[in-house]
Structure formats: C-alpha cells, structure tokens
Design a protein around this ligand. Structure first.
Ligand code: ATP
Length: 516
C-alpha cells in the first residue's frame, strides 16, 4: 500500500433540526495509527462515523483527504475516497464463497463479460495472505466461524486498499480468542500496511490493547485527544462517564433459598435438558459464546420460540405458553439482544416506546398520559437516558440509549414480572450506564419479593459482576454451574475446557446430556 496523508475533519458539525449532535469536531486520522473514539451513549460516535462513511451528511465543516476538501459525501464517494467501514452486523452473503463476498458489488469480469471467478479467487488469496488469514477463497461463508466471517469483511475492505478503515464495535459477536486475533489484525493493518484505523468500542480493555491515540467525545464535542501511552483506564472512565459508579460497589449477593422458577427436564429445540431452580432475588447468569444456544434458550422461555418440552413452574404454577404475550401475562418478559430490530418502534415517541407492552392491557380510554409521562421521567432519570425528552422518536436514540429505553419497560413496575430475561443486557452500553443498569437489575430482583432475573452474556466480566450464580453453556448443554467468586480467568478456562471436551465427545458421536 502506498504512503498516504492524514484524513482531517475540520470544524465538522451535525444538527437535526434544533438538536446539535456534533459540534466543531477537529480530528486527524493518521496512516499507520489506530485511533480509538470513545464516548458515552449518545456522545455522537455513530454520527461521526456516519459523516465519514457517507451515511450522514454534515451540516457544516469539511473532511479533507489528500488536500481535497469534501463537504460530505454519498456512500459510494466515501468508498472511492478510500474510506471503508465495517459494522457490528456483518454484511455478507452467507451462501456465497469467500471470494464472491470479497468482490460482492464490485465483481470482476473477463473480457467476454463473464464473471472472472479464477481472477477473484487469486486476488482473494493474495489479500488473505496480506492480512495473515488462512482461508480457502472457495469456502462457503456460512461454514465459517464468526471470527473468520469478520476476517472476510476486513479482507473485502483491504482489497480496496483503504486509506481509512473504520471498525464500529467490532468485537461484540466474538469469543475471547477471536477478539485477540482481531486486535492483532487491526494492529497489523495499521502498523505494517499503513492504514489509518478508527476503532470504536465501549470496551476499554480493548482500547488499551489496540489504540495508538484516543479521542473522547462528550456531548458532540471532542473532550481531548491523547496518546494511549499517556492515559490509564481510570482516566478513560472519568472522561467518558464522569458520574460512573464502580461495577463492584453496592453489590449484595443475598439470595433467599426459596425457589421461584423451576425447570424440570426443560428443552428448547437446541438446548437442554435443564433441571434447575432459580431462587427468589437471584440473578442467574448464562455465560456462553455465540452458538452456545443462550439466545435460543432465553427466547424459548419467553414464548418467542417453539417447541419446548419438559416442565417450567413459576411461583409454583405450571406454565404453558405459546407466545410472548402469554409469557408476559404469566410474569415472564425478555429484553432481546438486538433491540433496534426486535424491540424498538422507530416511529413512536419515547413514552410510547416505554409503554408499548403495557398498552395491550388498557383501552385508549384507560390510558393516563400524565401518569405515563411521570413514569417516563422517572425511568429517564434512573437510566440516564439521553435525550430525555418524552417526544423523541425511537429512531433518534443511539444504540445504548435504545437499550435503556427497552429495559425501562420492565423496570417501571407496570406489569407483575417475576422472571426477567435479558440477552446481552449491556452490549453497546457505555461504562457508566453499565454500572447503572446492573444496579437497577439488582434492585428489580432483590428489593421486591417474588422476582428474579436471568441474563445471557458472552462477556466473562459481566457474568462475574452481575450474576449470583453462573451457568456455563456450551453447545446447548449446561457444562458447569459456578459461583462468580471463581473469577474471570477461571470462568474462561472452564468454558474453554468444556468446549474442547464437547468437541471430542461430539466427534465420537456421544450425546450425553449434563444436567444440574
Ligand atoms: N435522526 C436523528 N434525529 C435526532 N437526533 C438524532 C438522530 N440521530 C441521532 N440523534 C441523536 O444524536 C446523538 C448522538 O447519537 P449517536 O448515535 O451518534 O451516539 P453514539 O455516541 O454512537 O451512541 P451509542 O454509544 O449509544 O451508539 C444522540 O443523542 C441521538 O439521540
């Protein structure tokens, strides 16, 4: 790749009507450098990336590339200018091969106009070698691991020889080893291939491992930009969330021994059997990687998936439900992991989004707008929702704030929810709000009798910080049940050993079930 100049943002601003989202942003992205952009939920990170990728048109200011000044561009122009973005949700055609995906939308043709499959495969091999990935260009994408699929996204970008590669929360779907491999690849892209990389994440450990420089955004402005070597994690937390509470403070592990939810031989289509009791006041963590079955399990318990077999009792009542509405009525609710796709209503306002699951029980005449507004204000304050205006449209909330709003539905006490299920409760949530959400979940489970929560996570730190007891889920099976006091390293090691053991028994064709 040829040597390139920095990309500069000069006085970049973005407003939506009267709402200013980015204000006079001046930043420089240098070739050969990983630049982490951090900030609380709603600070303006996605908007800034949108300006660079062409998804958002700046209100004023400019982007300067090799002396050329752009007032904003369309996505195609951004690509042509050498800017490539990799989103959290992969944009791959799963039934096509690796090389088909690397050339997706930009296919090579032979001089007779046919698809140049051989040429594409050859270039794909060269690109994969350049970034140090051992993959067969003819392999079908759906047969690859999540980490390998992300590698293809990166290969697709690298083939275009980008000046600037943007990674937006790239590790959300990855396991520990895949994260390490990705961070090594990112460093290699910058330090060896000379690409300018922007890395956006809420995970500060990753920032310390990969960034050369760090910029913190606060309320749409650059608070500071500093070399990574000059900053510690404590300073980052203080800069991102000045009011953050430590994840460990106010922790109470008191759980009664009174059973609340009982699973007897419970099976979903992929997971089980489970024989397990969740006690009143308990927060049960399911620690499992993508593909472990954690989402299938939670969605089945919440009535979103069928079939299930075995027995489930809640407050000593046997449950039989076939929909999420029936589950809700029985006292079981789920906060899904993909709130933008599965939970938020983009065109409804914030109050309506908060109240949505509760409307089904009241006629229009029974609605009490003042009370709803009061509840919304309370939730917005408890969860530090930004923006906190009741009329804000669902589509205007940043990822982390959308999560808070969806969570607020079940914490506001309008339904008698006994078992709250959460899939990746703090994915995409900033460090300050994470502590806040943990506190609210503890309050939910422990301050009112007859309640408990069950959450799934792929983050060992989250499992340890939030759970009273942790179930290690591997390929749909309970591999271990442990106390969080074992610590992060031991939890990881248990999960890895179980995965290796599962691989071995799987190869031998054994399907032995492990029950609690
Ligand atoms: N279309 C829109 N109309 C009005 N406001 C918007 C719109 N899109 C975004 N915003 C506001 O812009 C602000 C910045 O949002 P942005 O998504 O850039 O934040 P973020 O830092 O990426 O947050 P997160 O970490 O939660 O993803 C938020 O307060 C959001 O409400």
């Amino acid at each position: 790749m040829t040597a390139r100049n920095s990309i500069q943002l000069i006085d970049l601003c973005k407003s939506y009507g009267t709402v200013t989202v980015l204000k006079n942003i001046n930043l420089e992205f240098r070739p050969g450098e990983v630049h982490a952009i951090l900030g609380a939920n709603g600070a303006g990170k996605s908007t800034l990336l949108g300006c660079l990728s062409g998804a958002v048109h700046p209100s004023s200011g400019s982007i300067v590339i090799d002396g050329r000044e752009f007032k904003g561009f369309a996505p195609r122009e951004a690509l042509d200018a050498g800017i490539s973005i990799i989103y959290q949700h992969f944009q791959l055609a799963n039934s096509l091969s690796v090389s088909d995906n690397v050339f997706l939308g930009d296919e090579r043709r032979t001089k007779w106009g046919f698809l140049d499959k051989a040429g594409q495969a050859r270039i794909t091999s060269e690109v994969l070698a350049r970034i140090g990935l051992e993959l067969d260009p003819d392999e079908i994408v759906e047969d690859l691991s999540v980490g390998e699929q992300q590698g293809i996204e990166i290969a697709r970008s690298v083939r275009r020889e980008p000046r600037l590669l943007i990674l937006d929360e790239p590790t959300a779907a990855l396991g520990k080893h895949e994260v390490e491999a990705l961070l090594a690849l990112v460093r290699r892209l910058a330090h060896e291939l000379g690409v300018a990389v922007i890395f956006v994440t809420h995970l500060l450990g990753e920032v310390m491992a990969v960034a050369d420089r760090i910029s913190v955004l606060r309320e749409g402005q650059v608070l500071w930009t500093r070399a990574r070597s000059e900053v510690g994690i404590g300073e980052l937390v203080a800069a991102i969330s000045p009011d953050a509470v430590s994840l460990e403070t106010r922790r109470s592990r008191e759980v009664s021994q009174k059973g609340l939810a009982r699973f007897h031989g419970f099976r979903s289509s992929y997971c089980g059997p489970f024989d397990l009791t969740i006690n009143e006041g308990e927060i049960l963590g399911i620690y499992g990687m993508l593909g472990s079955g954690r989402t299938d399990l939670l969605e089945t318990i919440a009535g979103a998936r069928r079939p299930w077999s075995g027995r489930l009792t809640l407050r000593d009542r046997e449950l039989h439900f076939e929909s999420t509405i029936q589950a809700m009525t029985a006292g079981v609710a789920l906060v899904a992991s993909d709130r933008l796709a599965q939970a938020l209503f983009p065109s409804l306002n914030a109050v309506e989004n908060l109240m949505m699951p509760h409307y089904s029980r009241m006629s229009r005449l029974m609605r009490k707008p003042r009370k709803e507004l009061g509840m919304f204000r309370q939730m917005a304050a408890d969860l530090q929702l930004r923006p906190s205006g009741p009329t804000t449209a669902g589509s205007a909330f940043s990822g982390g704030n959308a999560q808070k709003l969806v969570l607020g539905r079940w914490l506001c006490g309008l339904r008698d929810i006994a078992l709250l299920l959460l899939d990746e409760p703090t994915q995409g949530v900033d460090v300050g709000s994470r502590a806040q959400i943990y506190q609210l979940l503890r309050r939910f489970a422990k301050e009112v009798t007859g309640r408990a929560a069950m959450f799934a996570t792929s983050d060992p730190e989250e499992a340890i910080a939030l759970a009273d007891r942790i179930v290690v889920l591997v390929n749909g099976q309970v591999a271990h049940v442990v106390d969080p006091s074992i610590g992060e390293a031991e939890l990881l090691s248990l999960a890895q050993t179980a995965e290796i053991a599962h691989g071995a028994t799987h190869q031998l064709g054994s399907k032995e079930d492990i029950a609690l």
